[in-house]
Design a protein. Structure first.
Length: 297
């Protein structure tokens, strides 16, 4: 327990556990909407308990405009999760996460357009590297038809990246509320908007093993990981957070190769390297302020 007092260790564990969620999702026998609903319920209960027990609720500053921004960003967060899990259903986890990590580059692109910021040469290099890497990972240009390519999970992973980028940019306007209150409101919104899409009968056909994995995703991948993440993110330098962020996709790809049996082709392997290189450059090209408060998957 003393070890867990270190913000670095908590962040390291958070990123490492985040990286295994794609593999765990495949063991639940649930579709994306059911899984995200479970995540929203668990995150809301877990973060609400921390928020109350820590006394943070007494320090909250509520502003109507900021609450509206939180709720709007919550829509992007919830459907970002839905699209990401959907991509895992249709494509190898390696392909999904490699495309999903276009998100930092999309933040650079959309942010520069919205705020009229000039892109640095490092930022331009990161964009080119990630775009080329994503094309190689997704198989764009291969013999597969456009319809096969679009239905392979690639489109869903890209949509997840777009929604993540939109959520990140919206979150820049949140300055007064604590991370616990922000995410709690976002996931509470998920509980309210997801039921029409959720097939609740699917839960009745789960085996004991399926339920165990669902519990792991809800309690560990969501509740405990978010606690680790939010309790350490503001205590660490931005560069440390950026470096540890590579654990998430790195572990996802390792698990996909070693356990799931995915074998990337040579172009896909090159694409993974280019995507990671682009991620590294995008972190270098962004300001410290932009990197201090990312919101992980």
């Amino acid at each position: 327990m003393n070890t867990l007092q270190s913000p670095f260790i908590r962040m390291l564990l958070a990123m490492a556990i985040f990286g295994s969620i794609g593999y765990a999702a495949g063991l639940t026998a649930l579709s994306s909407f059911e899984l995200v609903f479970v995540r929203c319920v668990c995150a809301t209960l877990f973060l609400c308990a921390i928020w109350l027990l820590s006394g943070q609720y007494k320090k909250e500053r509520w502003q109507r405009r900021e609450v509206l921004i939180v709720l709007l960003s919550g829509i992007f967060l919830v459907f970002n999760w839905v699209f990401l899990f959907r991509s895992f259903e249709l494509a190898p986890v390696t392909v999904g996460v490699s495309i999903y990590y276009l998100a930092p580059v999309l933040v650079l692109l959309i942010g520069s357009a919205l705020f009229r910021e000039r892109l640095t040469w490092i930022s331009i290099g990161s964009i080119i590297s990630c775009v080329v890497g994503t094309a190689l990972v997704s198989g764009l240009g291969s013999q597969a038809s456009l319809q096969q390519w679009m239905s392979s999970g690639v489109l869903w992973a890209f949509l997840a990246a777009v929604f993540y980028a939109c959520m990140t940019l919206l979150s820049k306007g949140i300055t007064m509320m604590s991370p616990y209150a922000v995410t709690m409101l976002q996931t509470l919104l998920g509980i309210l908007i997801l039921p029409p899409f959720v097939h609740f009968g699917a839960f009745g056909s789960l085996t004991g093993g399926n339920w165990a994995t669902v519990a792991v995703i809800g309690v560990i991948h969501t509740g405990i990981v978010y606690y680790f993440y939010f309790s350490s993110v503001r205590a660490l330098p931005a560069r440390t957070i950026s470096a540890l962020a590579f654990l998430d996709p790195g572990i996802a790809i390792v698990l996909d190769i070693l356990i799931s049996g995915f074998r990337p082709s040579l172009p896909q392997a090159a694409g993974i390297l280019l995507t990671f290189a682009g991620m590294a450059m995008s972190f270098l090209g962004s300001s410290d302020k932009e990197r201090e408060n990312p919101q992980e998957g």
